[in-house]
Design a protein around this ligand. Structure first.
Ligand code: BG6
Length: 517
C-alpha cells in the first residue's frame, strides 16, 4: 500500500455477489477493514447477482463467511458492518436491468449523503463473475451511463466530480487474444487509470517487501545481476487439490493460467525489474512492462525442454481421486495441476540467468518462495585443506512469502575447532518475530488502494498482455501437453519438473522437514 491519504466515500458494486470469492474473501476483508476503522465512514456495498434475495437475506448469507474467514469477528461490530450491505438481483449481462441498478445506486448514495454536487456518487465496481460475463457487464455499465470519468478531467473542480473505478478479478483472459479483447472492452468504458486488475499476490506483505529489500538497502542491488546470480526459482506449492473447482473453472484453465501467468510472473517481476523512478503505480508498471517485453522468445521445438506439466495421481490412503477422476474433469483436455517453466530475459542485467517458475496442487508442503541462487566463488581457496569444501553449496537467499514470512541467507562459515572445516549457516529474519503484526488477508488492503485510486499494486494492460505472450507458447505446445505426467500426491511434482533443472545442472530447493526457509 503506497498511499497514506484517506479514502473517499463511495458505493461499491460487487458483480458476482453469490460467488465463492465474495463469500470467502471480499466481504470478510471489507469487514476486517471496517473493524480497523479503515473503510470510509460513508461507504455502502451493493452485492449484485441473479439469485433473488432481500438485503436482509444477503446479510444473513454473508454472516457465516465473515465468522469463519475474518480475523476479528464480534457480533456488535458485525451489526454495524452489515448495515453497509445491500443486495440487488439482476442479470448483469442484460442492459434492460441497468436503469433500476442506477436508481438503486443513486438512492443509496442520497441516503448516505455521498452524492457529489456535479451528479452521482463515487463508484467502485468489482467484477467477480465468470470470465465470459466480463465484457457484457463492462459494456452495459458504459451503456447505462454509469461512467463519466473521462469528463472529470475537464471539469472545473475534479474533486466535485465523482470517480468510477473497476476492479477486475483474474482470470484476465485465457490467452493473448482474449486478454487484448478484454482490455479493449474495458478501455471503451474506463480510463486506464480507473482500471484495477487485481492480483492478490501483490497484496502479500513479503511480495511488497521484495522491493523494499532491494531498494531500501544498498547491499543487494550491486550483486543483483548476471555477474553474481546463477539462477532464480519462484515456487508456489499447495497441498490442497482442485476438488469441486474442477468442474466450474479449473479444468479449462490449469496451473499455467491459474497461477503461473498471473501470480508467479508478478512475484518474478518484483525480483527482476529495474529500480523504478518512484514508488508509484505508473513507475512500477513501466518497469514490469519493460521486463516482460524482453523475455526471450522460445522456439516451439524447444518448449518441451523449457517447461513441464503434471497432474496429481490418486491418494489411496486418503481415498481421494486422481485429478482425471475429479468430478467435471475431461481427461482428454490433459489439464495440468502442476506447471513449471524456464524464462530468460534478454537485458543487460539478466541475460543468461534462468528464472524457473513452478506451481502445483497436492504438493509436499504449502510453500510460496523465491530462491535467489548466487554463483560459487570463482576459485576455492580451501579445497586443499578440506576436500569437501570443493563441493560446498553457493550462497542462497530465500524470500519466504508463505507460510512463514521471512528472509534467510545461507553463508559458509568455519566450524570452530582445530583444522579447517567448513559448514553452512543461515542468517534468518523472521518477519513476524521482528516486526510483529498479523497476517492480513491480501484483498482488504488492495480494495482500499482502489478506493484511494492507488494503482501501485495493480497491473497495467500492457503488463497483462506481455505476461500472456510469455506463457502462450507453453499453452500452445501440443508436445508439452502430450508429455504431461502424473505425480504422487504429497510429492514435489512430476519427474519432468525435476528434469527441467537437472538438465541445466541445477535442482529445485526443497525445504527439509521442519525447515521453513
Ligand atoms: C488463486 C488460484 O488465485 O490463488 C487458486 O485461483 C490458488 O487456485 C490460490 O489456490 C492460491 O492463493 P494463496 O494466497 O493461498 O497462495
Amino acid at each position: 500500500m503506497a498511499s497514506n491519504t484517506g479514502p473517499e466515500p463511495c458505493v461499491m458494486v460487487i458483480f458476482g455477489a453469490s460467488g465463492d470469492l465474495t463469500h470467502r474473501k471480499l466481504i470478510p476483508s471489507l469487514y476486517d477493514l471496517d473493524v480497523k476503522g479503515l473503510l470510509p465512514e460513508r461507504m455502502t456495498v451493493i452485492g449484485v447477482s441473479r439469485t433473488p434475495m432481500t438485503d436482509q437475506q444477503f446479510r444473513e448469507k454473508m454472516l457465516p463467511s465473515v465468522q469463519k474467514f475474518s480475523t476479528h469477528f464480534e457480533q456488535p461490530r458485525w451489526a454495524a458492518f452489515a448495515s453497509r450491505l445491500n443486495y440487488f438481483a439482476m442479470d448483469g449481462a442484460k442492459l434492460d436491468a441497468f436503469p433500476a441498478l442506477v436508481e438503486r445506486i443513486n438512492s443509496l448514495a442520497r441516503q448516505q449523503g455521498i452524492m457529489k454536487s456535479s451528479g452521482g456518487p463515487n463508484i467502485l465496481f468489482y467484477l467477480s463473475v465468470s470470465p465470459e460475463l466480463y465484457e457484457p457487464i463492462v459494456g452495459n455499465v458504459g451503456a447505462a451511463g454509469l461512467v463519466a470519468e473521462g469528463k472529470r478531467w475537464c471539469s472545473i473542480d475534479p474533486h466535485e466530480t465523482p470517480w468510477q473505478r473497476i476492479i477486475v478479478e483474474k482470470p484476465f483472459g485465457r490467452d493473448v487474444a482474449s486478454a487484448v479483447s478484454l482490455n479493449r472492452a474495458l478501455g471503451r468504458v474506463f480510463e486506464e487509470e480507473a482500471i484495477f486488475r487485481i492480483d492478490h499476490y501483490l497484496g502479500k506483505e513479503l511480495v511488497q517487501n521484495i522491493l523494499v529489500m532491494r531498494f531500501a538497502n544498498s547491499i543487494f542491488e550491486p550483486i543483483w545481476n548476471r555477474m553474481y546470480v546463477d539462477h532464480v526459482q519462484v515456487t508456489a506449492a499447495e497441498t490442497v487439490g482442485v476438488g469441486s473447482r474442477a468442474a466450474n473453472f479449473y479444468d479449462t484453465a490449469g496451473a499455467l493460467r491459474d497461477m503461473v501467468q498471473s501470480h508467479l510472473l508478478q512475484v518474478l517481476a518484483m525480483v527482476a525489474i529495474e529500480p523504478p523512478s518512484s514508488y508509484e503505480g505508473a513507475a512500477i508498471m513501466r518497469e514490469k512492462i519493460r521486463l516482460f517485453t524482453c523475455a526471450r522468445p522460445v522456439p516451439p521445438a524447444d518448449i518441451p525442454r523449457w517447461g513441464a506439466l503434471g497432474r496429481y495421481g490418486a491418494d489411496d490412503a486418503a481415498g481421494e481421486p486422481a485429478y482425471e477422476s475429479e468430478k467435471g474433469v475431461d481427461p482428454s483436455r490433459r489439464t495440468e495441476t502442476y506447471a513449471a517453466m524456464r524464462v530468460e530475459f534478454d537485458n543487460w542485467r539478466w541475460s543468461g540467468v534462468p528464472f524457473y517458475l513452478r506451481s502445483g496442487k497436492k504438493m509436499a508442503v504449502k510453500l510460496t518462495e523465491v530462491v535467489v541462487m548466487f554463483r560459487s566463488p570463482p576459485t576455492n581457496l580451501f579445497a586443499s585443506l578440506d576436500p569437501a569444501a570443493a563441493q560446498r553449496p553457493p550462497n542462497r537467499l530465500i524470500i519466504n512469502i508463505a507460510p512463514r514470512e521471512g528472509i534467510s541467507l545461507r553463508v559458509e562459515g568455519k566450524v570452530p575447532g582445530s583444522g579447517l572445516k567448513i559448514d553452512s549457516a543461515k542468517l534468518d529474519l523472521d518477519y513476524h518475530e521482528r516486526f510483529g503484526g498479523e497476517v492480513t488477508e491480501a484483498y482488504g488492503p488492495l480494495i482500499l488502494d482502489a478506493i484511494r485510486g492507488d494503482r501501485t499494486l495493480f497491473k497495467h494492460r500492457d503488463e497483462v498482455e506481455s505476461g500472456w505472450r510469455i506463457c502462450q507458447p507453453f499453452l500452445d505446445s501440443p508436445d508439452l501437453r502430450r508429455s504431461i505426467e502424473s505425480y504422487p500426491p504429497g510429492s514435489w511434482g512430476p519427474r519432468t519438473g525435476n528434469e527441467l533443472l537437472r538438465r541445466d545442472g541445477r535442482a529445485w530447493h526443497e525445504p527439509q522437514a521442519g525447515e521453513v526457509r
